[in-house]
Design a protein around this ligand. Structure first.
Ligand code: ZN
Length: 266
């Protein structure tokens, strides 16, 4: 696995010529995740999922190149919290489409958009970017992680992790709750305010439909706390397990869509 920004151009040329190149573009956001987690959590999560998925893809012959993360996205529901930044969906769509076109220009025409942020407009913008690139015949483009397709999202993130929950209400875990806290405690523990986590009461009693449908903002839905579920149920051990499983899940979704690498352009 290589990082696009860390290699020189002849190496890009070689990888593109191999016909086995697969670029993963992690996409996140700058958004509040409760008083205990960093604003960049979804970006950091997308990055670690890409790193863990890569070896599974390389095992069957792909050469994985991870592009620099898009750390900005659409975050309207949490926009009232200090630090949350939001793009217009059109801006995100253009950004992704332009990156996809540039990659294809150099023969890197297998692109996986790996999204770590759940927001309906954000996910739609990524889908729209994908549709545009496909329409332009740019190559093979796939959206994974949080996508507009709930079944695909579940196949990436939910499949096989339920048994690890220590929450009293696993059905109420969401943004900033057990799963995200666990992942952060494992993958970037220095960025978790661990003393604060201990004092956070579970937030199970919220309007789930409004949360999922984004019909109300996070501040009013969470009583100003910014998280949904029980951060206290999170732990590093769970984080380690769910990271491994989600990495494998994401690779599985990609392989199901594309199979083994075939040369798609000389
Ligand atoms: Zn998140």
């Amino acid at each position: 696995m290589q990082r696009l920004a860390e290699i020189p151009f002849p190496e890009v040329e070689r990888v593109a010529r191999s016909g086995h190149a697969l670029v993963i573009l992690p996409v996140g956001v700058v958004e509040e995740h409760g008083a205990h987690l960093p604003l960049g959590l979804d970006s950091f999560a997308a990055e670690v999922y890409a790193e863990v998925a890569a070896p599974h893809l390389e095992e069957i012959g792909y050469e994985v190149v991870i592009a620099p993360t898009i750390s900005y996205g659409v975050a309207r529901a949490a926009i009232d919290f200090p630090g949350t930044l939001s793009l217009e969906p059109q801006t995100l769509k253009s950004l992704v489409a332009e990156i996809g076109r540039s990659l294809a220009r150099h023969g890197l025409n297998r692109l996986v958009i790996l999204n770590g942020h759940r927001d309906l407009h954000h996910m739609q913008a990524l889908d729209d970017a994908r549709a545009t690139l496909v329409e332009e015949n740019t190559g093979q483009i796939l959206c994974v992680g949080f996508t507009s397709d709930p079944a695909l999202t579940a196949a990436c993130y939910r499949e096989g992790i339920g048994e690890f929950s220590r929450s009293a209400r696993p059905d109420r875990e969401g943004h900033g709750g057990e799963w995200e806290t666990s992942l952060a405690l494992h993958a970037f523990p220095d960025l978790v305010k661990q003393d604060i986590v201990q004092g956070l009461e579970p937030n199970f009693d919220y309007d789930v439909e409004a949360f999922r449908g984004e019909t109300k903002d996070y501040r009013s839905l969470s009583n100003g706390s910014g998280y949904f579920g029980s951060p206290q149920s999170g732990n590093a051990e769970t984080g380690k397990k769910i990271l491994a499983i989600r990495g494998r899940n994401i690779a599985g979704v990609i392989l199901k869509a594309w199979g083994e690498p075939k040369k798609i352009r000389d």
